[in-house]
Design a protein around this ligand. Structure first.
Ligand SMILES: [Zn+2]
Length: 259
């Protein structure tokens, strides 16, 4: 008996020494969530129209709809997309001839190309020409080249780029794509597609309203519908190349909205 109790007390001392010398804190199962770290249910998850996953990523849920539909989360915020477009604001002087000073609620985005093949005819050069009044009453909202998009007019002011007093000028934001030597056409189109998608989100414009200049007939011109942007037209009118461009706009739109 004595030997046995000595054995037990030796084991006891050994365990006590092991616990005392062990430097590591007691192991806790890390998979158990810390309850206080979870946000409280504020009662708005399915009621207010938006289910807030995080502040940056609102996911749309129709009021009263339960269970909510599975919605893909937006991959990119509109402001991140806008930064990628690299917009440089360089407005034409308010009093210049090219400024209509007429208010507009944009419902379309009209895509053009400059057909200006002069060396160095990039977005900045077009901005300078517009600011100097070299193009008379002609004006549009953005010029895009491979590196940037220069903005010449607020998007809530009518430009003069499509069809004189027609709906193209009265309701659409005009974007010109540069064509000068050395400028990457594919990168210019990518940047233009991102800008068009961002404008659709900003002004709640459906992507189907991103249109080529061709859409707006010009009164008194023959042919009335311009072959513009010519490199996205097929035999002078919208075809597979234009549809391919719109698909890229759709993809960028989806990245921002998840829809
Ligand atoms: Zn045009």
């Amino acid at each position: 008996m004595k030997n046995r109790s000595l054995w037990f007390s030796l084991v006891g001392v050994g365990v006590a020494l092991f616990v005392a010398c062990s430097a590591d804190p007691p192991v806790v199962d890390a998979r158990v969530p810390n309850v206080s770290a979870w946000p409280e249910d504020d009662g708005q998850v399915f009621g207010g129209g938006y289910e807030t996953i995080s502040a940056a990523q609102p996911v749309f849920v129709r009021p009263g709809e339960y269970p909510p539909p599975i919605v893909e989360r937006p991959e990119k915020s509109p402001s991140a997309m806008y930064r990628e477009v690299n917009v440089k604001r360089d407005y034409m002087p308010y009093g210049s001839r090219g400024r209509s000073r007429r208010r507009m609620s944009p419902r379309y985005v009209t895509i053009h190309s400059t057909q200006n093949w002069s060396r160095g005819a990039d977005a900045w050069r077009h901005s300078l020409a517009l600011k100097r009044g070299a193009l008379g009453r002609i004006s549009w909202h953005y010029t895009v080249d491979e590196y940037r998009a220069v903005q010449h007019l607020p998007t809530t002011e009518q430009g003069n780029h499509a069809d004189h007093n027609g709906p193209g000028n009265r309701t659409s934001i005009g974007i010109e794509m540069c064509e000068h030597p050395g400028n990457s056409r594919s990168q210019t189109m990518e940047r233009t597609a991102k800008l068009a998608a961002w404008l659709c989100v900003k002004h709640d414009i459906p992507v189907r309203n991103v249109v080529p200049h061709y859409k707006w007939p010009r009164w008194g011109k023959n042919p009335p519908n311009k072959n513009c942007p010519h490199f996205l037209m097929t035999n002078g009118r919208p075809g597979s190349k234009w549809r391919g461009f719109v698909k890229v706009v759709e993809r960028y739109h989806q990245q921002m909205t998840g829809r």
